[in-house]
Ligand binder design. Structure first.
Ligand SMILES: Cc1cc2nc3c(=O)[nH]c(=O)nc-3n(C[C@H](O)[C@H](O)[C@H](O)COP(=O)(O)O)c2cc1C
Length: 148
């Protein structure tokens, strides 16, 4: 069983709801889970979990929410290589924007560059056809947790 940190980036709260639904699903599988609403670098580096779940919406023009941007920047600036890290990404977005799910894709690209291993596909959730994201994310989270 894994120690999992869930790192949330949200503007209007949808991604936080997704994370809050994910936590008990993963706990029920025997994992130890912590949700970080405004994650700091110390949450990432001191966690020692080696398993991260990024749950983020996209804002602006493909940008990360302000609460998640500092963690992204710190990982980019201070960590070069994270080969032991396993992770997943749930990216909330809206396909009417040019950079669909840009924040989740950027986070995924950074962790790929640093040698981390993504478990399962990057999950994108389009607000246009999925008004209740948990209906899509919760089954995905259950499948993801079983692969850890
Ligand atoms: C001002 C604004 C900018 C947005 N920019 C993007 C974008 O560039 N790409 C995208 O896929 N979605 C974009 N979205 C859509 C949000 O990511 C989507 O509605 C998401 O579900 C919001 O989740 P949250 O409540 O966790 O912030 C934008 C929404 C707003 C209001």
């Amino acid at each position: 069983m894994a120690k999992i940190g869930i790192y949330v980036g949200t503007v209007y709260g949808n991604a936080l709801l997704v994370a809050e639904e994910a936590e008990p699903l993963l706990t029920a599988q025997g994992h130890q889970v912590t949700v970080y609403e405004e994650p700091r670098f110390s949450d990432w580096s001191s966690d020692g979990s080696q398993v991260a779940l990024i749950v983020t919406s996209t804002t602006g023009q493909g940008d990360l929410p302000a609460g998640l941007q500092p963690l992204y920047q710190a990982i980019q600036d201070r960590l070069g290589h994270q080969p032991a890290l396993r992770y997943g990404v749930i990216a909330l977005g809206d396909s009417s924007y040019e950079h669909f799910c840009g924040a989740g894709r950027r986070f995924d690209a950074l962790l790929q560059e640093q040698g981390a291993t993504r478990i399962d596909r990057l999950l994108t959730v389009d607000a246009i056809d999925t008004p209740v994201p948990e209906e899509v994310t919760s089954p995905w989270v259950e499948a993801w947790g079983k692969q850890l």
